[in-house]
Design a protein around this ligand. Sequence first.
Ligand SMILES: NC(=O)CC[C@H](N)C(=O)O
Length: 400
Amino acid sequence: MISTPVTAPPASAVPHGAAVLVLEDGTRYTGRAYGATGQTLGEVVFSTGMTGYQETLTDPSYAGQIVLMTAPHIGNTGVNDTDMESRKIWVSGFVVRDPARRVSNFRAERSLDEDLAGDGVVGISGVDTRAITKHIRSAGAMRAGVFSGDALELDAEAQLALVRDQEGMSGKNLSNEVTTPERYTVPATGDVERVGSIAVLDLGIKRATVQYLSEHGFDVTVLPASTSLEEIRELAPDSLFYSNGPGDPAASDAQVAVLRELLRDGIPYFGICFGNQLLGRALGFSTYKLPFGHRGINQPVLDKRTGRVEITAQNHGFAVDVPIEGEVDSPEGLGRVQVSHYSLNDQVVEGLECLDIPAFSVQYHPEAAAGPHDAFYLFDRFRSLVKDRAANQTSTGDAS
Ligand SMILES: NC(=O)CC[C@H](N)C(=O)O
């Protein structure tokens, strides 16, 4: 196909003054303003995806984070409405080496600069992203700020004080800031037989996840993060899903308590990322903060059941604390649990499987937006779990 290049707005429309990235350990990197100018604070993290910047930026899981892309050229294919994973860009700030001066892709509708500026996202370009990544890799993800425009009038000490005065990511509950304000439904679509209804707790869900659940035969009801146990029981869904989302899983006690009760009811459960961490907590395990996390679309994971390696999309800074070998009893009395997947980079838990109740979850993103589709089979696995359970209940006459 012959593509028509879409030219980015003239440079004069986008201010390209100086900008500085300040880390809480006092390290400073000077570059150029990118996107909106002003000041922003957040946790600086790096993502190793070579593509998929639009899906990354619009993934609500990144709320509160200043995201650095290790791929040096960002913005080449512009942005479009189809690849939005939510209604807007959620990152607190954006750090890139070399932004595209021209957008060239037949699907592009706007330049990335325009969307960043439009959503008020303060960014910085022209910095040595490899050096910053190596620094974060050894010193850990940390609080940071980007300052440009008028914020450059603050002296270095004042900027550092602002960076150090902000709360860190540990202990932060952000779900209520990103969740849907109202419940909504998406009927089962696609070629597969309808499998039943699913209640989806939106802790920061991506559009692709809702779409794939509906395409796998689920009538989807997406619920605000604050939905109570009684409200979910009233809906009487055939199955339950907890989404990805920003913040510290240790700060989501309400959602953990709801999940624990619904697991006791015996509802089939599937969780992704934050939903994996909250399953871990509902089962009685704890979570902890990783030094710099896993973010990108090239993260290798071992499926212990098959011995197969999946290349996965990931975006997490916390993990569940369970031994990766053997079976463990749920401290909450929910039966035996085993780790189904772990990271081949650092052996961090990447999936949980309950052996006595119909529940499993993964720490990575099978919806793969963006990312490889190696883990897409998990939607089918969940579909089978729900179908088998329904068939069992019919044959045993158990309608509960
Ligand atoms: N993508 C997610 O769901 C991230 C989960 C959690 N906020 C973490 O950083 O680990």
